[in-house]
Design a protein around this ligand. Structure first.
Ligand SMILES: [Zn+2]
Length: 572
């Protein structure tokens, strides 16, 4: 490919409102452009990377017996009502009506459609196991799209679904996909880790996430030397040891004036008490109902644990008006004692251990001290509702947990019979008995992998592509393409490499050398061949790897041979 003819609009300036390096570099290197918030166009260079990832994924899925299908993005409401997710999915589901006023959605995932297909076509255990997959654009109306394609509203995924006759076979299918996923991420040149994850809106019995390890990653992973690894949402917190829950020396409940002091910090400073004495009280709104969640002042609520306990997909902190209705006080003075409206009260394990604690008094400018659970207020449930934090113990072995950051690029779910039961999808077993399919579902964020690879591999000058997913393998950079000998040698190397099957981009633009070198570093093609007058005088050209400092001088007719060897080396 000749760069003078190629749509590659690189930018010098750092685009505004871009938070992480991969997003910035994807715009600057002409990989993509934003059309609307969370919606992107892939330009030629970017799409080549997408296709590289797609090819690797397809090969590995086929190797474990996957069969490729293509399912519609537009899906009828009725199917989603059968599974119960039309209501459950909430505002993330993009809904629309056709001209006959029939409801549809744009699929964020395809459990309903695939289960419907299989229930209509597969009758017998003899046709199982079945593993179907597809590549497709998915839609999710993110409340806050950010980080480019990492949290986008329209994104490209590979999703797969397994159907088995028994739970044991389903586990084998799960393990097969798990193994294929490990190979896929390795082949893409990514450093990754698999962690236990919550099943969330997909549901099922257990799940794993595959995380690319990256500083700017949105997700926090916790892990332990014993092998335990989970994402922050899933990571369990153990209940405090029994001794901490002992209750003695309970003091008399007391109201204190705390004018204009709303936060744990402000009130704590005034009362000379540490945050761990506070019972932080949060009002959540779920549809039309309110739920009170309490947690110790030095901890944070893990909303995903709250959602999972309540069996809902979305929860929101109540607005000020609702807080006033429920507590009788403005924001900042909520507490579990004397609420105005009856709500469900949930307490994190950490609240149980608080003796003579502090909470809002449900009265403007007042707090209560010496508050004790069971004596002063009752809760509906005490459970694990907090985020793990640095210093916490591993739930498996008790040692200290380690924290790192990552970007989720894959997710596997053991679904069980959740969807086959809801959609009454059955087959006949050996004995001729009707049984529900045991299912699994598996996703890989293809567009996300592109961003994650950049996040993991870049420097201050630009992208450093891992060879297997690089848009081109070689960039030829003639310093001055107008110079006759430079042009002749560059053209010859270009032709030799192309005919050897290598993917080559040649910067034949009439640009200053400085611009060409800057762009070369920015777009990050792994191998650069520089053809310049100075080295040509010695019958040499320069060869440099994007990730390394060393520049080698070689004879022009050695270039193709050396590059072939280099690539073989990288592949092994
Ligand atoms: Zn451990």
């Amino acid at each position: 490919m000749l760069l003078s003819k190629y749509l590659l609009p690189t930018l010098k300036e750092i685009p505004r409102e871009v938070e992480i390096p991969s997003h910035q570099l994807m715009i600057r290197s002409g990989i993509m452009r934003q059309l609307a918030s969370g919606i992107y166009e892939w330009l030629p260079l970017g799409l080549r990377v997408v296709h590289k990832v797609e090819d690797i994924v397809r090969e590995e899925m086929n190797l474990i017996g996957g069969q490729e299908v293509s399912l519609p993005a537009m899906q009828p409401r009725e199917l989603w009502e059968e599974s119960g997710r039309w209501d459950f999915y909430g505002k993330e589901l993009i809904r629309l009506k056709d001209r006959n006023k029939r409801d549809f959605c744009l699929g964020p995932t395809h459990e309903e459609v695939i289960t419907d297909l299989v229930r209509g076509e597969v009758r017998s255990y003899k046709e199982l196991p079945l593993l179907l997959y597809q590549f497709q654009t998915k839609f999710r109306d993110e409340i806050r799209p950010r980080f480019g394609v990492i949290r986008a509203r329209e994104f490209y995924m590979k999703d797969a679904y397994s159907f088995d006759a028994t739970d044991k076979n389903a586990e084998t299918s799960y393990n097969n996909v798990f193994g294929a996923y490990c190979k896929i991420f390795q082949r893409c040149g990514l450093k990754f880790r698999s962690v236990e994850a919550q099943t969330g809106a997909i549901g099922g019995t257990f799940s794993h996430e595959f995380m690319v390890i990256a500083e700017a990653g949105e997700e926090i992973m916790v892990s332990c030397k014993c092998g335990y690894a989970a994402n922050l949402e899933k990571a369990e917190c153990l209940p405090p040891p029994k001794t901490e829950r002992k209750r003695s020396g309970l003091k008399k409940l007391e109201e204190v004036e705390t004018k204009d002091m709303k936060t744990v910090g402000e009130v704590g400073k005034f009362l000379k008490e540490k945050p761990d004495k506070f019972i932080k009280t949060l009002v959540y709104k779920i549809d039309s109902e309110c739920v009170i969640v309490m947690i110790r002042g030095d901890h944070e609520v893990n909303e995903s644990k709250v959602k999972s306990y309540l069996g809902v997909n979305e929860i929101f902190l109540a607005d000020e008006k609702t807080i006033e209705e429920v507590t009788g006080a403005p924001l900042g003075f909520a507490g579990p004692v004397g609420l105005k409206v009856k709500c469900k009260l949930l307490a994190d394990y950490s609240v149980e251990g608080i003796v003579n604690g502090i909470t809002g008094a449900n009265k403007k400018d007042y707090h209560l001290r010496n508050v004790n659970m069971s004596r002063d207020f009752e809760v509906d449930k005490v459970l694990d509702l907090r985020k793990v934090k640095e210093g916490d113990a591993c739930p498996k072995c008790g040692k200290r947990l380690e924290f790192s950051r990552g970007i989720e690029v894959g997710h596997t779910f053991k679904l069980g019979t959740k969807y086959s039961e809801a959609l009454r999808a059955t087959f006949l077993d050996k004995q001729g008995k009707e049984k529900y399919f045991v299912m699994g579902c598996y996703g890989i964020g293809v567009s996300r992998i592109v961003a994650a690879a950049i996040e993991q591999s870049h420097d201050q000058h630009g992208i450093i592509w891992p060879l297997p997913i690089a848009p081109f393998q070689v960039l030829i950079l003639p310093v001055n393409y107008e110079h006759e000998k430079t042009r002749a040698i560059s053209d010859r190397i270009y032709e030799q490499l192309e005919s050897a099957g290598q993917e080559v981009l040649m910067d034949d633009r009439d640009e200053r050398a400085g611009v060409k070198f800057k762009d070369a570093d920015l777009i990050g093609i792994p191998i650069r061949v520089t053809v310049g007058e100075k080295t040509l005088a010695k019958n040499m050209v320069e060869l440099k790897l994007r990730g390394e400092k060393e520049v080698r001088e070689i004879q022009p007719d050695q270039v193709q041979k050396l590059i072939t060897e280099l690539m073989k080396e990288k592949e092994d």
